[in-house]
Write a protein that binds this ligand. Structure first.
Ligand code: ADP
Ligand code: MG
Length: 326
């Protein structure tokens, strides 16, 4: 057999089924499917999280509940949708009421915060693998209301590339908690890993000026790569242009780059917009006390070129997250 296929190879090879839908949509490949039903557009997304894969084994179930919904709302934000409802499929390895109660509290906190109602789901028991209980998994399908919506396709040559927030914080928290980096994980970094903020208001605003958008879940360069691929364009990115949090600054330039470019788990938005939109974007950011960084430009040549603050070329050794990359 050849090389092990990536997560994205598997999706492209086996899940582009080619079965036509009577509900028009743009098909697979975006953060959400935007489906036209009558005169309305509904954005739909689904994400599975597993204890041990997306969470450390000792995760507080409150965090698991909050984050399971928040990451789905981040996909809705990338499509410029307003969250409305969600469905929850939960596979537990035992009926641990203490765990479920805390999980439910975290879920409820996020649901209340974003006005997203739980409308259904499924609760099952996972099996044993040998003597071991299989890990808990949670799958959420979230739906939101959207006007035109935003997709990963649509970036144009000459557009600016923007990103929200301070990337890299969640990755730093993971590295510190697992002992890969030495030091203590600050409360701020822990919170950035545990309780991500889906950028719902930003996504809605961007509908007026962005040409393409994605959320940053698997590493900035990888998620920008999806925009480039779907838009059939390239980019030049300044690897030092993204805002860095005070807590990440302490870890030095190379770790900052690794965390910001490839770390993942940020749940910020990356988008492209014409240069004329700079003023509007900066004004929105100021009004909503949100950090945004202009980090690059869309180019015609279908490659991703990295430069540093002096304009010197930087070798791209930064790989984002792939579930099957061992
Ligand atoms: P996200 O990180 O925003 O959840 P991904 O980049 O992981 O999305 O997925 C890329 C695209 O592939 C998305 O449009 C997603 O809906 C689709 N996809 C992923 N897995 C499957 C699958 N098993 N069947 C059909 N589509 C899938
Ligand atoms: Mg996404």
């Amino acid at each position: 057999m050849g090389q092990c296929p990536s997560e994205f190879d598997l999706i492209e090879r086996y899940f582009s089924l080619g079965v036509p839908s009577k509900w028009p949509s743009q098909g697979i490949g975006d953060d959400c499917a935007i489906i036209s039903i009558g005169h309305s557009n509904v954005a739909v997304t689904t994400d599975t999280l597993a204890i041990g894969t997306h969470f450390l084994f000792d995760v507080d179930p409150f965090t698991a509940g909050y984050k399971a919904l928040a990451v789905n709302l981040s996909d809705l934000a990338a499509a410029a949708a307003t969250p409305r409802v969600f469905f929850l499929a939960l596979s537990l390895n035992k009926a641990d009421e203490v765990w479920v109660e805390r999980f439910s509290s975290g879920l409820k906190k996020c649901a209340l915060q974003y006005g997203c109602a739980l409308l259904g789901g499924d609760t099952t028991r996972t099996t044993f693998i040998g003597q071991e209980r299989a890990p808990i998994t949670m799958t959420i399908t979230a739906m939101g209301e959207v006007q035109k919506g935003l997709m990963r396709s649509g970036a144009k040559v000459g557009d600016d590339i923007w990103v929200s927030g301070t990337l890299g914080d969640a990755y730093a928290a993971l590295m510190l908690r697992t002992g890969v980096w030495q030091g203590t994980c600050s409360q701020y970094l822990a919170q950035r890993m545990d309780l991500p903020t889906p950028r719902v208001a930003l996504g809605q605003f961007l509908q007026c000026c962005a040409t393409a958008c994605a959320d940053v879940s698997d590493g900035f360069l990888q998620d920008l790569g999806h925009i480039l691929e779907r838009s059939a364009v390239g980019a030049e990115v300044n690897v030092d242009a993204c805002a860095v949090s005070d807590d990440l600054k302490a870890f030095g330039p190379e770790r900052i780059r690794q965390a910001q470019l490839a770390g993942g788990d940020d749940y910020e938005l990356v988008w492209t917009a014409p240069t004329q939109a700079r003023g509007a974007i900066e004004a929105f950011a100021k009004d909503s006390a949100m950090i945004v960084s202009r980090v690059g430009t869309i180019t015609a040549e279908a490659t991703l070129k990295l430069v540093d603050v002096s304009g010197a070329s930087v070798c791209n050794t930064y790989h984002g997250f792939d579930h099957f990359d061992q």
